[in-house]
Design a protein around this ligand. Structure first.
Ligand code: XMP
Length: 213
């Protein structure tokens, strides 16, 4: 099973499409965040799907009222996104508004140091929310494999863990897979590499060497 997700955080449409073409054979999917949407427009999601045929995750980290979530999710799924990432701390009603329109991924913890201030103290409650709503997956930090392990223990088995923070932020593929992550999200270590295809292939190889299934 392929477990690598490319975080395609560049601004330029042509660069994004080129990197996507060069790396696609080593990817499970592509994650599109605000930088690319701001730089290339929402339709980049449609184009990336056409060029690669891969699942596209829209990482908008929504944090708003249910009606606004609905308005945003409608357009994002319409252009072809397969998954949409929302924050969970905004509450069940806001998360459900996204889930009613398409496959959803909930942020339960973040990978940067500041995540310890506000998100980490409520991670257990966010896991409870995920267990109740059963989204496709949750986001958990590759920079703290011990937290991924703890989240995996509490999370329903059917819910996937997608883990950003490998490479530029210091997370290690082997450690985070061992801790229970299902998918590894990598951005800068691939798109900033001299040869993104080779960089993706190397990480893909490392994932395969460490993954159980
Ligand atoms: P890098 O360049 O650090 O990119 O490999 C990582 C990508 O993942 C996003 N990211 C996160 N998203 N929770 C999230 O929901 C997190 O803890 C987290 N850490 C990184 C980041 O925006 C970039 O697209």
């Amino acid at each position: 099973m392929n477990r690598l997700i490319l975080a395609l955080d560049v601004y330029e449409k042509e660069r994004a499409l080129r990197i996507a073409r060069e790396t696609k054979e080593f990817l499970w999917g592509i994650k599109v965040n605000w930088p690319l949407i701001i730089g290339a427009g929402l339709r980049i999601i449609t184009e990336l799907k056409q060029v690669t045929g891969l699942p596209i995750i829209a990482d908008l980290k929504l944090a708003d009222i249910p009606n606004t979530h609905r308005l945003i999710a409608k357009k994002v799924f319409e252009v072809g996104a397969d998954y949409l990432i929302t924050h969970g701390f905004v509450g069940k009603d806001s998360v459900k508004a996204v889930m009613e329109l398409g496959e959803t991924i909930i942020v339960v913890e973040m990978s940067h140091p500041g995540a310890k201030e506000f998100i980490q103290p409520v991670t257990d409650r966010l896991i409870e929310l995920a267990n109740e709503l059963e989204p496709f997956g949750v986001i958990a930090p590759a920079t703290r494999p011990e937290r991924v392990r703890c989240i995996r223990k509490k999370l329903h088995k059917s819910i996937k863990i997608l883990s950003p923070g490998v490479g530029a932020q210091g997370g290690k593929v082997g450690e985070v897979l061992k801790a229970g992550a299902d998918y590894i999200i990598v951005g800068r270590s691939i798109y900033n590499a001299e040869n993104p295809g080779d960089a993706a292939k190397n990480i893909w190889g490392e994932i395969n060497a460490n993954a159980k299934g």
